[in-house]
Write a protein that binds this ligand. Structure first.
Ligand code: NAI
Length: 307
């Protein structure tokens, strides 16, 4: 059993993630930290009351003190503003960069051996900031975004074709934004090209629906953004780490020459195990994908500069 998992930010994503973790991989101690006085404590007490049904032995702590991060094995950063209707993820940079810097200093001081999963948007730039501010080995700083986008792609392909998600191979990578890289070259259905099941115009619609899915959800919710699928995507990543699965999952990591890029974080497939993002998988890209990767670098730089 993993000893200590801490979640910074007890809002929609943080609290849903805490519940998912308790159901699937209960640790010895689960900490929820939020700047809003009483919020993390109230959520922790409510979660604790599921014990009678779920039977976990986890000690739950809800607090507004960062001191409780001490000696965490895994820390998940979900603190900061979420987008509202009409906003892009990049619009969150100013406020969330400050939150990420503050949290990184506490993580570095109190849990220097932790693996950190970043969820706060704009995901790739915040992952980069946490990487720079903590100075941790890049294997231990993972941004969760592309695995959510990949799950969204599988859902949308299921709806378009009727195929089970288990018969689909799919991968979304790149910057976690509407310009994520979602290429037909990365999709197989029952071992065959996706073109065997969908006409070109149907496929185009499906791929674009994936890119716009986050905004579609915000458009309905108006004042908040998605949280169930992000929490489950993060929990799957946690399972791969805790159970040393060597599972290939796309995560945002600091690139040092891979894909011809350096000094940026971007979602790429990685082998996930108890070391974190242990190995970056370098795909053989099509010419179109290479162009999209170049564009990803520009998008990252623009967002970095707008801080
Ligand atoms: P939320 O607004 O429900 O919760 C955020 C929480 O962070 C609030 O409770 C707030 O009090 C807290 N907070 C703010 N500053 C803090 C600080 N300095 N220290 C501790 N806590 C602090 O937002 P939600 O929906 O939970 O989203 C959280 C973040 O995750 C947003 O940036 C959102 O855009 C991002 N997100 C990322 C996804 C991904 O795939 N990477 C998917 C969904 C959301």
């Amino acid at each position: 059993m993993i000893k200590k998992i801490s979640i910074i930010g007890a809002g929609a994503v943080g609290s849903t993630l805490a519940f998912t973790v308790l159901e699937r991989i209960p640790p010895q101690t689960l900490v929820l930290i939020d700047i809003a006085v009483g919020l993390a404590k109230g959520i922790a007490l409510d979660l604790e009351d599921t014990r009678g049904h779920l039977n976990f032995t986890t000690a739950l702590i809800g607090t507004n003190s960062y001191q409780e991060l001490k000696d965490s094995d895994i820390i998940i950063l979900t603190a900061g503003a979420a987008r509202r209707e009409g906003m892009t993820r990049a619009d969150l940079i100013k406020i969330n960069a400050t939150v990420a810097r503050e949290a990184s200093q506490k993580i570095k001081e109190l849990a220097p051996a932790a693996i950190v999963i970043v969820i706060t948007n704009p995901l790739d730039v915040i992952t980069y900031i946490v990487s720079q501010e903590t100075g941790f080995d890049r294997k231990r700083i993972l941004g969760m975004g592309s695995s959510l986008d990949t799950s969204r792609l599988k859902n949308i392909l299921h709806l378009a074709t009727g195929a089970s998600t288990l018969s689909l191979e799919a991968l979304v990578y790149g910057i976690h934004s509407k310009d994520m890289i979602v290429s037909d070259a990365r999709i197989k259905i029952e071992g065959k090209s996706i073109h065997s099941k969908l006409k070109d115009n149907e496929l185009k619609l499906a791929l674009s629906a994936v890119q716009l899915r986050g905004a579609e959800i915000v458009g309905h919710l108006k004042t908040k953004s998605a949280h169930f699928a992000p929490a489950v995507s993060c929990c799957s990543l946690l399972e791969a780490i805790i159970n040393d699965k060597n599972e290939i999952i796309p995560v945002s990591v600091l690139l040092k020459g891979e894909y011809g890029l350096s000094g940026i974080c971007m979602g790429v497939p990685c082998t996930i195990n108890r070391n974190g993002a242990d190995k970056i998988i370098e795909l053989e890209l099509t010419a179109t994908e290479k162009e999209e990767v170049k564009k990803a670098k520009e998008l990252f730089s623009q967002c970095m500069m707008s801080q």
